[in-house]
Design a protein around this ligand. Structure first.
Ligand SMILES: Nc1nc2c(ncn2[C@@H]2O[C@H](COP(=O)(O)OP(=O)(O)OP(=O)(O)O)[C@@H](O)[C@H]2O)c(=O)[nH]1
Ligand SMILES: [Mg+2]
Length: 285
């Protein structure tokens, strides 16, 4: 039986940990079991129960305090992730083996992990060897996406994760609840974007012809191959969360191999409940 995983990625502060805890609560309401693994060695706060926590293996503070290493926060994180990649047996032990597992991996926010460092790809390959079907979930803060240039750079970040990991990926715009009604309307055009017209809208602001040509080529590539789409994520909207989950489940074929489980038997009504009597009592009074 396969197991299922979401690799929750995205820039710092984009809402990865909040997404994980929202999904855990949402799944509890659906009577569905979802677990979370914290993969951020610098994490200070999250409010979901963890199945495994990378800080049990290694912590950024310890690496930074080490006199022989002398790393800053970012170098320290890269060191931690490389150490993690060399110690996947820790993860294997922590995960155990339960069939039909559905696990969210809350990843760190350093963007270089998804663009050119090999550790996330090594993790994906390892998970696949353990029979996981893995979906990348790339989060981008919607507040930074309301202008087309920022949007194009968000798309490029999502795209580089997609290209380097080679797994199905669902891209999400988070914090939709913080947008004003006007910005919400505005952002609709970015969810299913027409990159060519987006380019035209801004062509006056680009002075250099070379840069104009490059931007046009990038927009064309994204548009022609329908490479990047975004789903809105508002943590207060249950229906919207369901739609996001359906997209992800579909990409990893979650549910297709599940065995049918008998629904729980409904408890019988108490024997002393006699509707006729109640009704009569009401009519008499
Ligand atoms: N209103 C609102 N705030 C959010 C939402 N998602 C995240 N936040 C807030 O944004 C901040 C960062 O959220 P986190 O979930 O910690 O982001 P992260 O991507 O895990 O951050 P790092 O792990 O530091 O990279 C927190 O103050 C959250 O409360 C959202 O959907 N709506
Ligand atoms: Mg986090």
């Amino acid at each position: 039986m396969p197991r299922y995983a979401q690799l929750v990625m995205g820039p710092a502060g984009s809402g990865k940990s909040t997404y994980c805890s929202t999904l855990v609560q949402h799944s509890e309401a659906l009577n569905r079991s979802v677990q979370v693994v914290n993969l951020d060695p610098a994490a200070e706060h999250f409010d979901y129960p963890v199945m495994a926590d990378i800080r049990e293996l290694i912590q950024v503070d310890d690496v930074m305090e080490d006199d022989s290493l002398r790393f800053g926060p970012n170098g320290g994180l890269v060191f931690c992730m490389e150490y993690f990649a060399n110690n996947f047996d820790w993860l294997e032990e922590s995960l155990g083996h339960v069939e039909d597992d559905y696990i969210l991996f809350d990843c760190p926010g350093q963007i270089e992990l998804y663009t050119h460092l090999p550790v996330m790809r090594q993790l994906v390959e390892q998970l696949q060897q353990w029979e996981f079907r893995v979906c990348g979930v790339f989060l981008v803060d919607s507040q930074f996406m309301v202008e087309s240039f920022k949007f194009i750079s968000g798309v490029m970040a999502a795209l580089s994760a997609m290209v380097s990991l080679e797994i199905p990926q669902v891209n999400i715009m988070t914090k939709m609840d913080l947008l004003s009604p006007k910005a919400k309307k505005e952002i609709e055009k970015y969810l299913d974007p027409d990159m060519y017209s987006m380019m035209e809208d801004n062509s006056d602001t680009i002075k250099s012809t070379k840069f104009k040509k490059l931007t046009k080529a990038i927009c064309g590539l994204i548009d022609d191959y329908s490479m990047v789409r975004f789903l809105p994520f508002d943590r207060t909207d249950e229906e919207g969360i369901n739609i996001v989950l359906q997209h992800i489940d579909f990409s990893i074929q979650y549910g297709e191999d599940l065995e049918f489980k008998e629904p729980k038997e409904v408890e019988e009504e108490p024997a002393n409940l006699n509707y006729d009597e109640i009704f009569q009592g009401k009519v008499d009074s």
